[in-house]
Design a protein around this ligand. Structure first.
Ligand code: FES
Length: 102
């Protein structure tokens, strides 16, 4: 059974925004899509551990500030790879105004 942890509220993330979440010794990034969906991904790039929350977001695509690698935050699939592995992604649970990760 999944344990859900409250991380932030909806208003903490702008539309097409991305924030860093530190939890249990790990770094995540939570993205808010233009259609008000939320998803979670690894917070650090797989290539050089650059903080993805410092990157650019267009629609569902996050661009890493390190070497401009791009990936779809819904699937973790790279759109423009720079010797990067696939990012781990995961849906989030929205409870009222709260955003929870599993
Ligand atoms: S550090 Fe992310 S693409 Fe290189």
């Amino acid at each position: 059974m999944t344990q859900w942890v409250r991380t932030c509220t909806r208003d903490d993330i702008d539309a097409e925004g991305l924030i860093r979440i530190d939890h249990d010794g790990r770094i995540f990034a939570i993205h808010r899509s233009p259609d008000d969906g939320f998803c979670r991904t690894d917070g650090l790039c797989t290539q050089e551990a650059v903080n993805l929350a410092d990157g650019l977001v267009t629609d569902h695509v996050i661009e890493c500030p390190g070497h401009d690698g791009q990936f779809d935050c819904r699937t973790g699939e790279f759109k423009r790879a720079q010797d990067c592995g696939r990012h781990q992604t995961c849906p989030v649970l929205v409870e009222g105004e709260d955003i929870l990760i599993g």
